[in-house]
Design a protein around this ligand. Structure first.
Ligand code: FAD
Ligand code: 2HG
Ligand code: ZN
Length: 476
C-alpha cells in the first residue's frame, strides 16, 4: 500500500462503520454504494499503478444534493473523502492513501447548452471529455480542451486539475474557459457560482479556487464552459527536426507564419518514439532525432493552406527540417496524433514510470533530458522527453522494470532543484496530488504555502477532503 512506500501517517479521522454504510445505502440506493473488494479494486489504484489505497466504500451520487448530503454526513462523522473522476490523474491525487471514502462522479453525466449563452455548455462533473465533445458536434461547438486521456477523464477532474493538454497555446487553460462553477464544500454547503457571463467583476472570483485545487477545497459538481466553434479546416504535420535549436526555430517560424490558426505545437524525441514502437507497435512514417507535431484549426481551407505552405517552405528553405508529413485527412491525422497521445501508455508498459511534468524556459528545456541520461544508471529502460513545446511544458519520463529507489534518488530532488534554479514550475499541468506534495516549496515560497493552508483550513476545518494531497506534510 501507498502509506508503506511513502511513509505517511494516517490523519485523525474516524473509521467507516456499518451504520455509515446503512446511512449511505438509505441516501443513495444500494447499487450506488460499493463495498465488495472486487468492485473497489479499480477505484483504489491509480492509472500508473504506482499508488494504492484501501478504501472500503465507493459512493456514486447523481445530483449535487446527494453530494451535499454525503459531505455533510462525512464532515459530522469526521470521515475522510477522496473525490474521483475518471481516475486518469498522474500524481496520485485521485485515489485514497488509507481508507478514505471514494466519491465517484461517474453517474453525474448530464449536460445542456445554456439558455443565456448558446456557446456555453453546463455539464455535470462526471461527463467524459470525449463524449461531451462528440455530443457538442451537433451544435457546431467543441470543448476547448483535448488530452490523451479524453476517452476516460471527466470534465470535473479536468477542472479540478486545471488540465492542459495539446491545445492550450490556442484555447488557453480552464481558468479562462470555465465561466462558472458549482461545488460542494467539505461541510455540505453548496457553493453556487454557476455564472454564464463572459464578464463578471462583482466580487471575488471564487471559482478559481476550485479550478486546479485537486479536490482539496470542494467537490466540483457542475461547470459552465465557454466552448469554441468547431474548426472547418484542420491540418496536422509531423516534422523531422535534427536538433533542439532547430526545433525552437521551427516554433518561431510557426508563430510568425501560421499566426492565429496554430492550435498545437508538440514535440517528441526519438527515445519516446522508440518506446511507442517497442510497446505498442506504432511508429512515425519518418525517422528523426526530434519531431515537431503541429496542428492548425481554421475556418477557411484556402486561407489555411496558403499559410501552411508558407510555413513549410520557410522551414525547408532555412534547413530546419529533414523530412515531413502534412495531412488534412482525418484518419491520417489521427494516426499521427496517436503516436504522441499514447506515449504515457507505452511507457507504463515497461514497468515503473518516474513521471515529471515541468515548466522550463527554452534555454534549459531539453538540456535537462541530456543531463539526466548521464546521471541515471544502466538499469533504466527509457529516459525521454516530449510534451507541449508551445507551452514550455516538458514531460520528462524514466522507466525501469520495477520500482528502484536508487533511480528515484538520482532524479529527485535534483530535477526540482534544476527547475527552481531556472524559475520554472515543478508541475506544469498534472498537479501536485499525493506524490509531489513535499516538493511544493520548490515552486512556492513559505508565505504562499501558508496562505494555501489557511484557505484549506477555512473551507475544510476538519481536513476531510482529499487529505495527504497538494499541501506539504509540514509548513516551513
Ligand atoms: P481523476 O484522476 O479522477 O482526479 C484527478 C484529481 O482531481 C484528484 O485529485 C481528484 O481528487 C480530483 N477530482 C476529480 N474529480 C473531482 C471533482 N468533481 N471535484 C473535485 N475534485 C475532483 N493532464 C494534462 O493536464 N494534460 C494532458 O495532456 C494529459 N494527458 C494525459 C494522457 C493520459 C494517457 C493520461 C492517463 C493522463 C493524462 N493527463 C493529462 C492527466 C489526467 O488525465 C488529467 O489530470 C485529468 O484532468 C484528470 O481527470 P480525471 O477525471 O481522470 O480525474
Ligand atoms: C501528455 O501530454 C500527458 O501526453 C501525459 O500530459 C504526459 O506521460 C506524460 O508524462
Ligand atoms: Zn501533457
Amino acid at each position: 500500500y501507498t502509506s508503506k512506500r511513502y511513509s505517511v501517517k494516517r490523519g485523525d479521522f474516524s473509521c467507516l462503520e456499518d451504520r455509515d454504510i446503512v446511512f449511505f445505502k438509505h441516501l443513495l440506493d444500494k447499487n450506488r454504494v460499493l463495498t465488495d473488494p472486487f468492485d473497489l479494486e479499480k477505484y483504489n489504484v491509480d492509472w500508473l499503478k504506482t499508488v494504492r489505497g484501501k478504501s472500503a466504500c465507493v459512493l456514486k451520487p447523481r445530483t449535487t444534493k446527494e453530494v451535499s448530503e454525503i459531505m455533510r454526513y462525512c464532515n459530522e462523522k469526521k470521515l475522510a473523502v477522496v473525490p474521483q473522476g475518471g481516475n486518469t490523474g498522474l500524481v496520485g491525487g485521485s485515489v485514497p492513501v488509507f481508507d478514505e471514502i471514494v466519491l465517484s462522479t461517474e453517474l453525474m453525466t448530464r449536460f445542456r447548452i445554456s439558455e443565456n449563452n448558446p456557446a456555453v455548455v453546463i455539464a455535470q462533473a462526471g461527463c467524459v471529455l470525449e463524449k461531451l465533445d462528440t455530443a457538442l458536434n451537433q451544435h457546431n461547438l467543441m470543448v476547448p480542451l483535448d488530452l490523451g486521456a479524453k476517452g476516460s477523464c471527466h470534465i470535473g477532474g479536468n477542472v479540478s486539475t486545471n488540465a492542459g493538454g495539446v491545445r492550450v497555446l490556442r484555447y488557453r487553460n480552464l481558468h479562462g474557459s470555465v465561466l462558472g462553477l458549482e461545488a460542494v464544500l467539505a461541510d455540505g454547503t453548496i457553493f453556487n457560482g454557476l455564472s454564464t457571463n463572459l464578464k463578471d467583476n462583482s466580487g471575488y472570483d471564487l471559482r478559481h479556487l476550485f479550478i486546479g485545487s485537486e479536490g482539496t477545497l470542494g467537490v466540483v459538481t457542475r461547470v459552465a464552459i465557454l466552448c469554441s466553434l468547431r474548426p472547418k479546416s484542420v491540418t496536422t504535420c509531423l516534422l523531422a527536426v535534427p536538433d533542439f535549436e532547430s526545433l525552437l526555430k521551427v516554433f518561431v517560424v510557426a508563430k510568425q507564419r501560421l499566426g492565429e490558426i496554430m492550435s498545437a505545437c508538440e514535440f517528441m524525441d526519438s527515445d519516446s518514439v522508440a518506446c511507442a514502437k517497442r510497446n505498442l507497435g506504432i511508429e512515425p512514417p519518418i525517422q528523426s532525432r526530434l519531431y515537431a507535431l503541429l496542428e492548425t484549426h481554421g475556418m477557411d481551407s484556402n486561407h489555411d493552406e496558403e499559410k501552411v505552405d508558407g510555413f513549410i517552405n520557410q522551414v525547408m528553405k532555412e534547413g530546419l527540417i529533414t523530412d515531413g508529413i502534412l495531412t488534412s485527412e482525418p484518419s491520417k491525422m489521427k494516426k499521427l496524433w496517436e503516436i504522441r497521445e499514447r506515449l504515457a501508455e507505452a511507457l507504463r508498459k515497461e514497468g515503473y514510470t518516474y513521471k515529471y511534468d515541468v515548466s522550463l524556459p527554452f534555454a534549459s528545456f531539453y538540456k535537462i533530458v541530456e543531463v539526466m541520461r548521464k546521471r541515471l544508471p544502466k538499469t533504466v529502460i527509457t529516459c525521454c522527453g516530449y510534451g507541449h513545446l508551445g507551452d514550455n511544458n516538458l514531460h520528462f519520463n524514466v522507466t525501469t522494470k520495477e520500482f528502484d529507489p536508487t533511480v528515484l534518488t538520482r532524479i529527485e530532488p535534483f530535477l526540482y532543484e534544476y527547475t527552481k534554479r531556472c524559475f520554472g514550475s515543478i508541475s506544469a499541468e498534472h498537479g501536485i496530488g499525493f506524490k509531489k506534495r513535499n516538493y511544493l516549496y520548490y515552486s512556492k515560497n513559505p508565505a504562499f504555502v501558508h496562505m494555501m493552508a489557511e484557505t484549506k483550513r477555512t473551507l475544510d476545518p476538519n481536513g476531510i477532503l482529499n487529505p495527504y494531497k497538494v499541501l506539504p506534510d509540514f509548513e516551513a
